[in-house]
Design a protein around this ligand. Structure first.
Ligand SMILES: [Zn+2]
Length: 122
């Protein structure tokens, strides 16, 4: 999908209470598909979301990493522990890790981004 077309649909659909007939429409289906399958659309929509939240996404290697780190933090910006939806953690020292949901604070430190492969510097 053209990014311009996607932006137009995003304005119409995002964050709104949508009627069942809208959710069933071909346009909505194409919009949903673009978020998941079109990298340019995904990156743009994620940047918009993180911008609105005041999250500094530009310091991350890719939007996927920025979004997953954003989702790993609570409202105060603190790392959420033992939340099974969290797939990655980042600490202030620039350390990244995959949390092991065993009830404790165990994690596997990683040196490369699992999504884009960039080396994660300390
Ligand atoms: Zn990355």
């Amino acid at each position: 999908m053209e990014l311009e077309k996607f932006k137009e649909l995003h304005t119409r659909f995002f964050g709104r209470e949508l009627q069942e007939e809208v959710l069933q429409s071909e346009e909505y289906e194409a919009y949903e598909e673009a978020i998941h399958e079109d990298e340019a659309c995904y990156n743009w929509a994620t940047a918009e979301k993180l911008k609105r939240q005041g999250f500094d996404y530009k310091s991350y290697c890719c939007m996927m990493m920025a979004d997953k780190v954003f989702e790993s933090l609570d409202e105060e910006g603190e790392v959420k522990y033992d939340d099974p939806t969290v797939v990655i953690n980042k600490w202030d020292e620039g350390l990244y890790g995959i949390p092991v949901h065993d009830g404790g604070a165990t994690m596997v430190v990683i040196n490369y981004c699992p999504w884009c492969g960039t080396k994660l510097s300390k």
